[in-house]
Ligand binder design. Structure first.
Ligand SMILES: NC(=O)c1ccc[n+]([C@@H]2O[C@H](COP(=O)([O-])OP(=O)(O)OC[C@H]3O[C@@H](n4cnc5c(N)ncnc54)[C@H](O)[C@@H]3O)[C@@H](O)[C@H]2O)c1
Length: 391
């Protein structure tokens, strides 16, 4: 694994847990973690449960006893690490968004296709697909329970940079992050809604805004509030969007709205999706992730109303291996589910999803949003790709 902070900790927890929870055809061994600071990576290896540590990620790629490279770094290093790992025949799990640019994502998807011919598999870490209520949403839509989909309504709201004194961490720099709220959290709702509906965004009209244009430099450039040591007197320009809002058309005929922001004061990690179809609706809220709201319009009028499905039954996706019904799960379980599916696919020789090709398609949507916003919100088609939205 490369990178050991927020996602590194989440992935480590999942790698540690997955062998014990699921009966899998192969077991994960946490061999080597890479970082840049020798002291910190040694401490992280010990804390997170890695056997060895290194300050050079190339060691992961070179070692014959390593099968999988898990990329948990900011977007500016995804392409370089993934391309090297795939060229060395490693299976690759790469955090989202796949890359910082369409050009990089295209190169990664092409390399993944070449590597696949040699047996190396790859996957992008859109972990919210693996929240059981989200997977159930997809299953219900695929089974026709919602009929024809007319509306997709998605928002991902955070508030961690409302304070203008919050420092210029890597997520606020285009050279490191590619984009701001758009690529960080907007990418999640793009992937999630396309996944659950089985439809793809064909065009967008967008606005983006950077509310705070200059911020103090951090004394340590890390990802989120808890990891910032302090600020210096010097400031620097914010080069990404603080918020992105767009309307979209999907290829199944539905209309969609998307809102991704880091300025929704009071909203910490509010990912919400509602889908309306001709026969019913579903609604999901990450802050209540064990629940799915379902409105079944085929029921007698006197009995209609949104019902709350508690997604904790053994029949529900991923849940038979966890606890008895009603014993809820949390955020970190989505990563364990991600590792389960990844290991199972790799060990049985099938392609895990979402593939790099699917993640490239998300990147093309992000790119269309940026181009639309740059041209006064004018309608912008998303470049079609061959990638299907696979289950
Ligand atoms: N799936 C999700 O829900 C989710 C959530 C948060 C972040 N992410 C994604 O995960 C990735 C990492 O984000 P994070 O929140 O963990 O960031 P972070 O700042 O918490 O951690 C980044 C880590 O990468 C290391 N690093 C940076 N550049 C490196 C390099 N060149 N070589 C080796 N190590 C390097 C840092 O030292 C740090 O350990 C990003 O792509 C981000 O978009 C995904």
């Amino acid at each position: 694994m490369v990178g050991y902070a927020f996602m590194g900790a989440a992935h480590s927890q999942a790698w540690r847990t997955v062998n014990r929870v699921y009966d899998l055809p192969a077991r994960a061994r946490m061999v080597l973690v890479a970082g840049r600071d020798p002291g910190k990576v040694a401490e992280a290896a010990d804390r997170l449960g890695w056997e060895e540590h290194t300050t050079d990620w190339r060691e992961l790629v070179a070692r014959p006893d390593i099968d999988v490279v898990d990329i948990c770094t900011p977007g500016d290093s995804h392409a370089e690490i993934a391309l090297a790992a795939l060229a060395a025949g490693k299976h690759v799990l790469c955090e989202k968004p796949l890359a910082n640019t369409v050009a990089e994502a295209r190169e990664m998807a092409a390399a993944a296709a070449v590597a696949r011919a040699g047996g190396a598999r790859s996957m992008c870490g859109f972990n919210y697909r693996r929240v059981p209520a989200v997977t159930l949403m997809r299953q219900m839509i695929a089974a026709g329970r919602l009929g024809e989909i007319r509306h997709v309504r998605a928002s991902y709201l955070q508030d961690w940079i409302v304070d203008p004194q919050f420092p210029l961490v890597w997520r606020l720099r285009k050279d490191l992050a590619g984009s701001g709220a758009l690529g960080d959290i907007g990418a999640h709702i793009i992937d999630l809604t396309q996944y659950v509906t089985g439809q793809r965004i064909t065009g967008v009209g967008a606005v983006t805004e950077t509310f705070v244009k200059e911020r103090p430099l951090p004394t340590e450039s890390s990802g989120l509030a808890a990891q910032v040591d302090g600020v210096s007197a010097a400031t620097g320009p914010v080069t990404v969007d603080d918020a992105a809002v767009f309307v979209a058309r999907l290829d199944g005929g539905s209309l969609a709205t998307y809102e991704a922001t880091r300025f929704a004061t009071g909203r910490k990690n509010a990912l919400r999706v509602e889908i309306n179809g001709s026969l019913g609706s579903v609604a999901f809220d990450l802050e209540r992730l064990n629940e799915l709201e379902f409105y079944d319009a085929t029921r007698p009028a006197a009995e209609q109303g949104f019902s709350r499905i508690l997604v904790t039954e053994g029949e529900h996706p991923y849940l038979s291996a966890w606890w008895p019904p009603g014993h809820i799960i949390g955020y970190e379980h989505s990563f364990t589910h991600q590792m389960r599916d990844f290991i199972e696919a790799v060990a049985t020789g099938v392609d895990p999803t979402p593939s790099f090709a699917e993640a490239l398609q998300v990147q093309l949507v992000l790119d269309a949003v940026v181009r639309s916003a740059e041209r006064g919100s004018s309608w912008t088609d998303v470049e079609p790709t061959l990638a299907t939205v696979a289950a």
